[in-house]
Design a protein around this ligand. Sequence first.
Ligand SMILES: [Zn+2]
Length: 497
Amino acid sequence: MARKKILFIELQQETNSFSPLQTTIADFGNLILLYSEEIEPVARRTRYQLRGFYDAYDRYGKSDIEVVPVFSAWATSGGPLTLETWTHFLDVIENALRQHPDAAGLYLSLHGAMAVEGGITDAEGELLAWLRQRIGPEIPIGVSLDLHANLTRRMADNATFVLAYHTNPHRDHVRLGFRAAKLLFDTVHGRVKPVMAWRKLPLLKGGGYNIDFLAPMRGIFRRMAQMERQPGVLAVATLMVHIWLDDPELGWSVVVTTDNDRALAERLADELADINWAVRHHRHPEPDTPETALARLRRHRWRTRTGTAVFCDASDAVAAGAPGENTHLLKTLSEQAPDLITYIPIRDESAVNELYELAPGTTWKGTLGGRLEKRFNSPLPFEGIVVSHHQISQSGPILKETGRVVVLRRAGTHVIVTERANPVFRPEFFTQLGLNLWRADAVVVKNIFPFRYFFLPYNRLTLNVMTPGVTLIDVFGIGYERIPRPIFPLDDVRDWR
Ligand SMILES: [Zn+2]
């Protein structure tokens, strides 16, 4: 059999329309930015989509597939891409397409909630339409998305199939890449003919409770797994949307791909939309304010003797595009809980510049945070002792993303001042800086989902804190300008159809 040439492109960034910042090529460079032959050796060592892609290639593609890696780019969530960054990626793709006019298929590993400066709030839709125009209607484009993607008409119209994570917090990156690659190999060889049906739901529901293994989503993910075992079904997905993307098509969606069975795809898409819609009233627990969270921590302090409490700083979630410099929680903990051992990250590049000049043991007085985002936040006066300095050369990916770090301490309050924002997904963020989690009463994280999984060995009490901030969980307070109406829960919508 003739070898079929497959190009892959990985472009992952989740955009927060309400961030005052923009995402540049340097931001990709600080996380992952690899081109052509640089990609494979790195991808094979990671736990992400392209690892799965190469695993599938090893197993199914070696004899009849030729892989052309174009680029792999990931940036931390944040504001829209600059036009320059966007154009750069399009230029690289354009070149690759020109060099490989014989491409038989494309794999795109995308987030699905990316925006670009100048009002492009459906960047993936724009990219897919642009690609389709260049390569014509026949060449398959296989797409894998984050579960928080905002599936748009342009994305669905121009992709051959769309797959997504089946976990939240996301743990199946490798499996997703593997499934997408296998399906694309089968498609380019004509062994299957993907047919896709999708439904948009007028639904916005964010927050830390849309977890695949907890109610009410558990039953839905179980049903999705059943559907995928059904003969003729290639893939199904529920996309819960990143709620801080101000796009005219914002909303949950479901998508079902079958092997050339239109009726089956349509029927299952309706069922999947129905079962997601049916649990829309499920109430999330009310989040705490910093003060009520602290009071709860004091009531339950006995629990942290064998671990720590974790404050989820939900309104400053770096993982959802916030700047990571919100001072509300830092203010409460440093002023009202000096007796507790707390570890609190805050982004402040200019404070890091000052602190880096000071030897450990020196007292510093200045302000922290509140510099980038001024609507919800202002700089917090702080005095503390420099404990330690950390820089990129000392460690792996955490400090590459974060830049230089200085730990400052006042009584029990340990402030981790960082040059760039870090979502603090994993306990290693603290332990690599020499901060012992067994000794902490509480730590602060800047993400809404993944910590629930990665901090399990240490976490004895989760405190979800809501303050003013860029990633406010309460959709009534977000201040959308472009989203479709009516939409639940902002409006009373009876039927998703
Ligand atoms: Zn996600």
